[in-house]
Design a protein around this ligand. Structure first.
Ligand code: ADP
Ligand code: ZN
Length: 519
């Protein structure tokens, strides 16, 4: 069978060899067994069901939540001469009937469907009268409520096990920690699935996270050594995307904006240019990236913090798919933390959902303040252990300076408390540094016992410290929009002197080193 699979790989897809677990997965599924595939984005998941689809008799049904992705795949398969169709709501009833007819005649090998479509009783009945080669469930983590893109329709896919007991099922995902993995198995009834876990390590990516200070300037510093390289710069808001794209272009870095507020035509046009031209920078919101397959993206820069490590991993993972050295660079500051916490608190979700999101944000913040190897920390989050520090991230290369921040942290917390738990970092720092300005005077804060006790440290150091207190959950940000700080009950042991606090120092100067050549 493997020989046949090899031939299909070569003749249909034009590739010479399988990658990683592909061959083993294909053998398993083509042989009629179930499989759970955990493979990073760009790892080559599609072939894991496309090849078995061609090896087996009957129709392969592929479930995917993203219409755009389905259409991409169908178009690609079309070009390769494989009969594939996507059934979606944009088709007219006539077109749908025509497709159903072709399926009945056995002229289609792969059928792509959204989950809600597949589980319609009519569709299930239709499929039960056919010879089904396999079910592929893409983005299987959508079945997990713990996951960040839970889709209720996915829960109903569990019934496939019962309705089609003889048909092999393969579930695939690029994001699944242990907990999500177990949820996939349980909810999709994949108890008998063989598990294929690939490493999530992207050894050619150099990770760097810097403290945000003057983001544009810092970004230019980073880009200066990467002139002519294609890359993606992620920002949170549409406005920022527009402004930054214009700014970069002015600075001689050809850049295009991409966000959901642009017309479909313009987005498609910018995407096409990014894919086809050399050395363009895409400045984008997270709307950009799903299904983008450009191998030579040399860097992914974040000017705003993603809301989870899953998102960070996915987004940075778009760099260096060709295996050549690439950079993941991020500038992060207190405003990011405030912003994301505000978003979270204003979000619609129920309490459980918010707790999950909060936990995910905390993990993201922990990576930013990480004092050990970034890659080890990142992989550990995905339940993958890496024995040694990687030697290929900022922390490994530059080393991390830590300092005993116990006393200053107590002073900072005390300043929050004594000034009434409602002021933002700027004012708190003024108090600590003993700045006798109008606001301080107006509030009588020059009389506080903490006034001027912090002169041993610079403004920048205090700002870093406040950021770290928030990132570690020792202080909370008021979520009414003014960014005032409050104590979190978690700070009590520190205030009582029961624990000490070791924090990383922000590196000054923040001029990034050339890294792409260091690999
Ligand atoms: P995923 O779905 O895991 O993100 P894809 O299936 O889209 O990844 O594959 C990513 C890219 O790698 C595609 O361009 C695909 O054609 C290519 N690819 C996959 N497997 C192989 C292989 N064995 N040899 C060469 N290229 C491959
Ligand atoms: Zn490292």
């Amino acid at each position: 069978m493997l020989e046949q699979a090899q031939r299909i790989l070569k003749d249909v897809f034009g590739y010479d060899a399988f990658r990683g677990n592909q061959a083993a997965i294909i053998e398993r599924v083509a042989g009629g067994g179930d499989a759970l595939v955990l493979m990073p984005t760009g790892g080559g998941k599609s072939l894991c069901y496309q090849v078995p689809a061609l090896l087996r008799e009957g129709l392969a049904v592929v479930v995917s939540p993203l219409i755009a992705l389905m259409e991409d795949q169908v178009a690609t398969l079309d070009e390769l001469g494989v009969a594939a169709v996507a059934l979606n709501s944009t088709l007219s009833p006539d077109e749908q009937r025509e497709i159903a007819e072709r399926i009945r005649q056995g002229r289609i090998k792969l059928l792509y469907l959204a989950p809600e479509r597949l589980v319609q009783p009519r569709m299930l009945a239709f499929l039960q009268h056919l010879d089904i080669a396999l079910f592929a469930i893409d983005e299987a983590h959508c079945v997990s409520q713990w996951g960040h893109d839970f889709r209720p329709e996915y829960l109903q896919l569990g019934q496939l096990a019962e309705l089609f007991p003889k048909v092999p099922r393969i579930a695939l995902t690029a994001t699944a920690d242990k907990r999500t993995r177990e949820e996939i198995v349980q909810r999709l009834h994949l108890e008998n699935a063989e598990r294929f876990l690939s490493s999530f390590d992207r050894p050619n990516i150099f990770y760097r996270i810097v403290a945000k200070d003057q983001p544009r300037k810092q970004l230019l510093g980073f880009l200066a050594e990467r002139r002519g390289d294609a890359g993606i710069v992620y920002c949170m808001s549409r406005k920022k995307v527009e402004e930054l794209a214009a700014f970069l272009s002015e600075q001689g870095f050809p850049a295009l904006p991409y966000h959901a507020g642009l017309s479909n035509e313009l987005r498609a046009y910018h995407q096409k240019r990014f894919l086809n031209e050399e050395g363009l920078i895409m400045v984008a919101t997270i709307a950009f990236g799903m299904g983008i397959d450009k191998p030579n993206v040399r860097f992914v820069a974040h000017l705003d913090l993603p809301k989870s490590l899953e998102a960070y991993y996915q987004e940075t993972g778009r760099a260096g798919r060709d295996g050549l050295p690439a950079d993941a660079w991020m500038a992060y500051g207190l405003q990011d933390v405030i912003f994301l916490k505000q978003m979270l608190s204003n979000s619609e979700g129920d309490e459980r959902h918010k707790r999950v999101e909060q936990h995910k944000l905390d993990a993201m913040l922990a990576l930013c303040e990480e004092t050990r190897c970034r890659r080890q920390a990142l992989l550990a989050y995905f339940d993958e252990e890496m024995a040694q520090p990687c030697g290929h991230c900022d922390n490994c290369v530059d080393g991390v300076q830590t300092w005993d921040a116990t006393e200053p942290a107590r002073q900072a917390l005390s300043t929050i408390y004594r000034s009434g738990q409602r002021y933002g970092v700027g004012h708190l720092v003024d108090i600590l540094l003993g700045r006798d300005n109008d606001k301080v005077r107006g509030l009588g804060h020059q009389h506080l016992s903490v006034f001027g006790v912090g002169k041993a440290h610079s403004e920048g150091e205090w700002r870093t410290l406040f950021r770290q207190l928030v990132a570690r959950g020792l202080a909370d940000v008021d979520l009414d929009g003014f960014g005032g700080l409050r104590l979190n009950p978690g700070c009590r042991p520190l205030l009582r002197g029961e624990v000490s606090l070791e924090l990383r120092r922000d590196l000054k100067p923040q001029v990034p080193k050339p890294t792409a050549s260091a690999a």
